[in-house]
Design a protein around this ligand. Structure first.
Ligand SMILES: [Zn+2]
Ligand SMILES: [Zn+2]
Length: 709
């Protein structure tokens, strides 16, 4: 075997860890369609082995593969096209689901497959690279691709599509883990769980993990022989199709044999349309019993309870008010879909309901159906972006609160999501302006430092967070002790938000659990304060070789900081895009050199302004991207966090940058935590790829776990 085939063999070995695909390749090479010739491998790989095509082509290309027959070329066209899509995603040329869909349509014509199938092939390809190279870069690529695919399916309303992507990622996680942990099933589960956590995905029930392992022919100690719950759902599904059982009989059987929680999770993967019906059926059955003690008994028997055993029913329905405060994190610990759920007795409130850049939302559970109130810390998408879903898709109809000065900013955030949906999907857009109005009509504004009651045992109070205009932290007080939620915060002085404030010492002593952001926790990134950043920015502009200078900004926070720095300086500054709208909604006054023009970007000439301040901050769209391309080359100064898979991230080596930050530094975070003494400390909102030492005392919460305060 020559070098190419050795590498392919190693690649396959890496992909499976157990030689399954390797054996298949071997069989195929020895089989009737082959003359043991490598020339036949691409075709076999493309046609037969799901995991092989992308990598095979890549390796062949790398080795300057020659002499392919026309027929082989034909087989490879599709795979090559998928590879070019991956390359585009890698280099920031595909960032939105709209851009992805254009490519997928071509791919689907080449292959004669539907776009769903093509999307999964693309994820397979990305997974192969990750698996073969075991490199962070390919891990990012896999996440970016599955993220865009997720959005594409979700946005186009393919029923249950996001469940399929999540399920695919469970297979991927087990597959990648089986590769280097071969001895014990529990090790495989643990390392797959770590990967899923890092990807911001929830851990599925054990039976789904077992199914994934069996499916990949993973062999290891302690792996159960069968995935009973998973198989049960499969067999019920086929029996129901043969009309052997009615829907209600299926539901009863699930309740009897595996219980609600596990059955519901598996239904969402295997038989999505039934999941909602099943929930409705179970809820109705529980509510219909009438007698509180019988209700409780039934609820316990069918396991209609949270991980800590708290029933999914309202007070007065048999659930006795429990004397505990339970905290869970439906959005996990990564930056994106921030959400904290607090249960006190029979009350349930959530703080924040965010949405990540791919449109992923906090994990739904029946608790979300029972919410009493929603608190929002500030208007960034990763904290409010899920409100439209919460109200429209999950049918929440209660009230929500934030500081009064946040209202217009949140309204703009929500309207912007609606606008993007309508631009991309026209009549198929999931939300409209009326939905935003409905949400705003349920808004109850609050003031800093004022105490508001949820009931006579539970209250909350907001404290300024110093992060952006209108941002706050929450002290949630109860008869069982208090908890403190920092939200995103910044204890250092900045121009666009008032200083952070904390409860007084006596109140801090009463705090039993603190939930803090950790954007820079355990990071050695150099973070400079506002004054220094301003000096650096002005210095760079003073030395600019050409004008206009382009400053891409996040529309809320960074935009206002940059404008404060430029206010009154001898430059004319044009503000564009959502950055303009958000700054106006903050109500700040600026001197004349800052101009909020109503001109469209394409009507702007290069000589009109000295400086263009424009969203989006990572050049992923909006006027900043337009200016960057229209006036190219243009001197550009980046100012914010650079998300992987964006144009700005890709160009970051060649563009100038000022490291502004509106988040607490690692050192400041640790000294603040000392104020909370022995309180439990939960760390959320931090990049999952960073290691948090166990000795730090921080709890890194998992999506499926409940924690006692
Ligand atoms: Zn924020
Ligand atoms: Zn945030």
């Amino acid at each position: 075997m020559d070098e190419v085939s050795t590498r392919i063999t190693q690649g396959m070995e890496g992909l499976t860890g157990h030689g399954l695909f390797n054996r298949k390749i071997d069989e195929l090479l020895k089989g009737p369609h082959s003359q043991h010739s490598l020339a036949s491998l691409p075709r076999i790989a493309t046609k037969t082995v799901a995991f092989a095509p992308g990598l095979a082509v890549h390796l062949l290309e790398e080795e300057a593969w020659r002499d392919l027959s026309e027929e082989d070329e034909e087989y490879l066209r599709y795979t090559k096209f998928l590879l070019s899509l991956l390359g585009n995603a890698e280099h920031g040329k595909i960032q939105t689901h709209g851009e992805l869909m254009k490519g997928l349509k071509v791919a689907s014509q080449i292959a004669g497959k539907n776009t769903n199938a093509v999307m999964f092939d693309l994820m397979y390809c990305a997974l192969q690279f990750y698996s073969y190279y075991q490199d962070e870069h390919y891990s990012d690529l896999f996440q970016v691709v599955s993220g865009i695919v997720y959005t594409a399916g979700e946005r186009r309303n393919y029923r249950g599509f996001h469940q399929h992507v999540d399920h695919f990622k469970v297979h991927a996680a087990v597959f990648l883990s089986a590769d280097y942990v071969t001895r014990d099933w529990h090790d495989v589960v643990e390392s797959a769980a770590l990967l899923l956590e890092k990807w911001g995905d929830q851990l599925p029930p054990e039976s789904v993990m077992i199914h994934a392992a069996h499916n990949l022919s993973v062999r290891c100690k302690a792996l159960p022989d069968s995935d009973f719950a998973y198989d049960l759902v499969k067999s019920l599904r086929s029996q129901q199709r043969d009309a052997a059982f009615s829907e209600n009989e299926v539901f009863e059987s699930l309740n009897e044999k595996i219980g609600f929680v596990e059955a519901f999770e598996i239904l969402k993967v295997l038989w999505d349309p039934m999941a909602e019906k099943y929930y409705a059926h179970t809820k109705e059955a529980v509510n219909g019993i009438g007698n509180p003690s019988d209700t409780m008994e039934y609820v316990k028997r069918i396991k209609f309870v949270s991980p800590m055993g708290i029933p999914y029913i309202r007070a007065g329905n048999g659930a006795c008010p429990s004397n505990r405060v339970v905290i869970s994190f439906p959005g996990g610990s990564a930056i994106g879909k921030t959400c904290t759920l607090i249960k006190h007795g029979n009350r349930r409130i959530i703080v924040d309901y965010g949405c990540d850049t791919y449109g992923k939302l906090p994990k739904w559970s029946p608790d979300i159906d029972l919410l009493d109130h929603v608190l929002i810390t500030h208007a960034h998408q990763d904290h409010v972006g899920g409100l439209l879903h919460l109200y429209k898709k999950h049918g929440y109809n209660g009230t929500w609160s934030a500081l009064a000065q946040s209202r217009d900013l949140i309204a703009l955030s929500l309207k912007d999501s609606v606008k993007i949906g309508i631009e991309e999907l026209k009549d198929d857009a999931p939300f409209n302006e009326t939905d935003v109005k409905n949400i705003l009509s349920r808004f109850e504004p609050i003031q800093e430092q004022v105490e508001y009651n949820v009931d006579d045992r539970l209250s909350f109070r907001a404290f300024p967070a110093g992060h952006i205009h209108g941002s706050c932290q929450y002290l949630i007080k109860s008869d069982l002790g208090s908890l403190y939620i920092t939200g995103d915060f910044n204890p250092r002085k900045c121009h666009s938000a008032g200083p952070m404030e904390l409860p007084d010492a006596a109140e801090l002593r009463d705090v039993k659990a603190v939930i803090t952001e950790g954007t820079y926790a355990f990071s050695n990134a150099e973070i400079i304060d506002t004054e220094k950043a301003k000096k650096e920015l002005l210095d760079k502009i003073a030395h600019a070789e050409s004008f206009p200078v382009l400053i891409p900004v996040l529309s809320l926070g960074r935009a206002q900081e940059v404008l404060s720095a430029l206010a009154g300086e001898p430059y004319s500054v044009g503000v564009f895009g959502l950055a303009k709208e958000m700054t106006k909604a903050c109500g700040f006054k600026y001197p004349r050199n800052i101009q909020f023009s109503n001109r469209r970007p394409r009507d702007v000439q290069a000589g009109d302004y000295d400086i263009l301040v424009a969203s989006a901050g990572c050049l992923q769209g909006g006027p900043s991207k337009y200016f960057y391309e229209a006036f190219n080359p243009i001197y550009t100064i980046l100012t914010g966090f650079l998300f992987p898979g964006t144009l700005a991230k890709d160009l970051s080596d060649n563009l100038d940058r000022v490291r502004y930050s509106a988040h607490v530094t690692h050192e400041d975070l640790l000294s603040l935590m000392e104020e909370f003494g022995n309180a439990k400390k939960f760390l959320i909102h931090y990049p999952g790829t960073r290691n948090i030492p166990q000795s730090s005392g921080f709890i890194i919460p998992k999506i499926n776990v409940e924690y006692e305060m």
